[in-house]
Design a protein around this ligand. Structure first.
Ligand code: GAP
Length: 457
């Protein structure tokens, strides 16, 4: 990571902790497993991103329905999907300091080559090039070997290993029959889900970029086997980018990476990742894959249930093919935080402002009385209670008005409403715009309408 990029990451991590967005989990116990908690503003931000996604891809469309499946699913499902046998990453241990690393990542950093799956080549490269351990600097490696990333657990009443789902997609496929039997879905149609996924990553890191417990927003979009899928695939790619722009990412930070044909699974026709220019490199933000009929066929075979669709128009039954657009929640949050972060010089001082798009800002409006005197506090609290029904609002009477503006800028509140002594006579308040810092005097009775209009802009 370059010095500037590292500085930006440090600023984001520090702001997130200081301002109640994201905390290291179990800090009182010394932290745990590179995990994080979302604080009050982080939870709002994350929920707003998830809500926006659900609105865009479920509510605003006629061809997609949403489900909410369990985390613990029948282990046969993960056998059918290939996760039990093949959901592996290559790991290698430093024999000196006993730290564990992703072998493919170490090799790629050294040679630029992606040796995915080629364990012997990875072991040889690390030895031949005398790769240094990033933790202790020694060069004494075990062989690279596969590590299955699914978390295992036990369940009362069930004999055998149970897994925490490593992706949300599994529940969508296992509910395919119930959805098609109970809903009036017509091909092409999608089933969407937002929820937790768990992966026992060998190395978690880069703040909330790679976690062991995270959330996905996924869609399985079912199409006819002989459908002209290329335009649909392109459309989904555009929609992924459109969503990224809606949460405030800059177009110039977004790119695409097509997985080489020879690396695709046998059933996949195409996989393209939407990449984001993170401070630690251009990395996967979202992905979309054409998975053919692999999943429904596999789950059909394993379960003994026919997972088919009856096409009334064509009077035929078939196993649909599927396009799978997938979005990471925490990566969306991290990219939104990075994109929103701005530093500006104002009257010789640095103003830090999070310029979130208004619809994902954790707090919409802050109500700030200029003094703690009852004559201002009372009308300010009344305005606060009136605004609360339409906007996520916050009331703050502590510290100087300058400090309160600074705090609201740092959490990205689009509007601050200041109640001052003039309010008592002109029945108006000052509304400050986060980005322009311009102030407008608005009659209290017109305030809700004024702000509603602003949020529609
Ligand atoms: N069902 C397809 C699937 O799970 P994936 O590329 O493995 O595909 C989808 O994961 C998305 O989930 C990624 O694009 C990324 O945004 C997010 N993701 C994957 N692993 C993650 C991790 N360890 N931590 C945080 N997000 C992760």
């Amino acid at each position: 990571m370059g010095e500037k990029s590292q500085e930006l990451m440090e600023k984001i991590v520090s702001l997130c902790k200081r301002r109640g967005f994201i905390f290291p989990a179990c800090e009182i116990y010394g932290g745990f497993a590179n995990a994080y908690s979302f604080g009050p503003y982080g939870a709002e931000l994350k929920n707003n991103i998830k809500r926006l996604w659900w609105k865009k891809f479920v509510h605003a469309r006629e061809d997609i329905v949403g489900i909410d499946g369990p985390i613990l699913l029948h282990p046969k499902l993960w056998e059918a999907s290939g996760h039990v046998s093949g959901f592996n990453d290559a790991m290698v241990d430093c024999k000196k300091c006993k730290k564990r690393f992703r072998a493919d990542h170490l090799v790629e950093e050294l040679t630029g080559e992606d040796m995915e799956g080629r364990l012997e080549d990875m072991s040889k490269t690390l030895r031949d090039l005398k790769a240094k351990c990033p933790a202790c600097g020694e060069s004494d490696w075990t062989d690279a070997r596969n590590f299955n990333m699914m978390f295992q657990t036990e369940m009362n009443g069930f004999d055998g290993t149970v897994y925490l789902r490593p992706e949300t997609a599994g529940a969508i496929f296992s509910d395919f029959k119930n959805v098609t039997d109970s809903m009036r879905v017509k091909i092409p149609f999608g089933i969407a889900q937002i929820g937790k996924a768990f992966r026992n990553e060998i190395v978690a890191g880069n703040f909330i970029f790679r976690l062991r417990e995270f959330e996905q927003m996924e869609i399985e979009y079912f199409i006819e086997p002989d459908a002209d899928w290329q335009p649909l695939f392109e459309k989904w790619l555009d929609l992924q980018e459109e969503f990224a722009l809606e949460i405030g990412l800059r177009k110039e930070d977004i790119s695409r990476y097509e997985h080489p044909k020879e690396k695709l699974s046998h059933y996949s026709k195409k996989t393209i990742d939407t990449m984001y220019n993170f401070p630690f490199g251009v990395k996967e933000l979202y992905g979309i894959a054409h998975r053919g009929d692999f999943d429904l066929t596999q789950h059909g075979k394993m379960s003994g249930e026919k997972l088919e669709y009856f096409d009334e128009g064509k009077n035929k039954r078939y196993v649909p093919h599927v396009l799978e657009p997938t979005f990471g929640v925490e990566r969306s949050v991290l990219a939104a935080l990075l994109s929103a972060y701005h530093e500006e010089e104002v009257k010789g001082e640095t103003r830090v402002v999070m310029k979130f798009p208004k619809k994902i800002a954790p707090i919409h409006v802050a109500i700030l009385p200029l003094s703690k005197k009852d004559e201002l506090v009372d009308p300010a609290k009344k305005i606060f209670h009136d605004l609360k029904t339409s906007f996520v609002s916050e009331y703050d009477e502590t510290q100087s008005i300058g400090k309160r503006y600074r705090r609201q800028d740092e959490i990205g509140t689009p509007y601050c409403v200041t109640v001052d002594f003039e309010t008592l006579t002109d029945k108006a308040v000052t509304v400050r715009d986060r980005d322009s810092m311009e102030q407008e005097r608005i009659k209290i009775e017109e305030l809700v309408g004024y702000l509603k209009k602003k949020f529609e802009e």
